[in-house]
Design a binder for this molecule. Sequence first.
Ligand SMILES: [Zn+2]
Length: 453
Amino acid sequence: MDRLYDLPGLGMLAKVARVKRDLAGIRRRLRATAPEVKELRAAALRAVCLHAFRRSPFYRELWSAASLREDDLSALRDPSLLPVVSKEQLRSAWPDGLCADPAALRRAREIRTTGSTGTPVRVALDREKVLFTIALFSRPSMEMHLGLRLERGLHVMVRSPQAIEGQALREFPAAEEVFLDALSPVEVLIEELNRRRPQYVLSYPGIVGAIATEARRRGVAPWQPEQFVFSGESLNPRVVASIRRTFPRAGLAQAYCATEVGGIAVQCHEGKGLHTLEYQTVVEVLDDEDRPAAPGVTGRIVVTDLRNRVTPVIRYAGLADLGAWAEERCTCPLAAYPLLARLEGRAAEAIRVPGGPVVHQFALTSALERLEEVAAFQVRHETATRVRLLVVPEPSAGEARREALRAEAADFLRPLLPGITIEVELVPALGREPGSHKTPAVVSLVPRDGGLE
Ligand SMILES: [Zn+2]
């Protein structure tokens, strides 16, 4: 099929037809009942696991060492029999360990994470998976999943051909019409927003947060889209508050995605959390011993991509996100899909106090949420014993308030970080990590197990 897609003229028709078929498939899946969703998920899981066992030396070795045979995989109903795979394991298996077929690898699209810390993780996607992901992030699919009416869009996403978001432009150059590179300077983003006047904007929370803050700083009222759809990093309350101040009438909807697997979950229509897209990604929430966490209990998010046949991603724990299943069901149109009540920041974004505990992002951001007249902040763990806290004061904050903020911010963090020097710096805006759209609330530049003792 890949060669067909690259034929002049005909290739484009084939790709359009494929995306339409995928959209029809998604529509059917969204109408399925909970038992049907379970059956389809089990069948897709068996297929991807059998494929991985036969074609991927990494999974074959890993599962054989756990005494699993092909028969076990043929009878698989859920992934819990399989060992969990770490980011490091996936990285070291790249590319030959994951895929024993060099021709398939050559034809595939290589996608990599733009993590602000550590080396990137790479996966390779065949064109079927690429086109499915494009269908999943298209306007009709967003309308179906979110129950919204969407018209003129502006997709402010990362343009790189090695980003999953950049694939739409690569396959369909006409998508340029609704596309804007998220890594453009924030002034350009505001100008384009005002010029194009979209009804909805698809982007990352950090990017829209930066637009919101910059517009207030300059005292300008930007164009008001009716709807924002967020993808990528999880929403933090500070960013939401900042966006609401600049775009008070806009609806805010959320989708949860990751480079390694694509779409993972979308917002519940009743606002009860995020429904996992089990026709594309199986989501598990596991405790410290890799057992399923009970509803309401926070655990690690572990994902299995049901569609990647080139470099399978099965029971992958490398997203390092934390979440909890809802304790009750909802009655929204997505009710057949499991509901995550909470999705909390990246577990990797944590600070280890020398000789003391690990302080997770959630504790740090909760402490700082109490700061008033602050548009944004970022905790940067720069050495084992030094934290630099960047604070963006609200443009309305006067000189006295700004000075008071320095001391207050440090006072809020100090009880959490004994033995760590806290330097507070007031800045007009947060910088982005190189090549990334993210402005994480907590950045640790300290190697995880180094530089402490
Ligand atoms: Zn729901």
